[in-house]
Design a protein around this ligand. Structure first.
Ligand code: FES
Length: 66
């Protein structure tokens, strides 16, 4: 029996990956729909395109990453 493919993956030190259609609500209550095959949600709080990851987590000190 094969295991199901997770539709939410937490990347160590990086974003949360969402597979498929999701509705993400930000800190202000604004909803951000996504239907992309894979979407990356920022977990470090430093992205300029929140709620989406823009790769900024790669340049912040490792101890400050999620
Ligand atoms: S997790 Fe990638 S920019 Fe925040």
């Amino acid at each position: 029996m094969s295991r199901p493919t997770p539709d939410v993956v937490l990347c160590p030190g990086g974003p949360m990956l969402l597979r498929g259609e999701h509705l993400v609500m930000d800190d202000d209550g604004v909803e951000h729909p996504t239907t992309r095959p894979i979407s990356a949600v920022c977990r470090c709080g430093k992205s300029a395109t929140k709620p989406w990851c823009d790769g900024t987590h790669k340049v912040i000190p490792e101890r400050l990453r999620p």
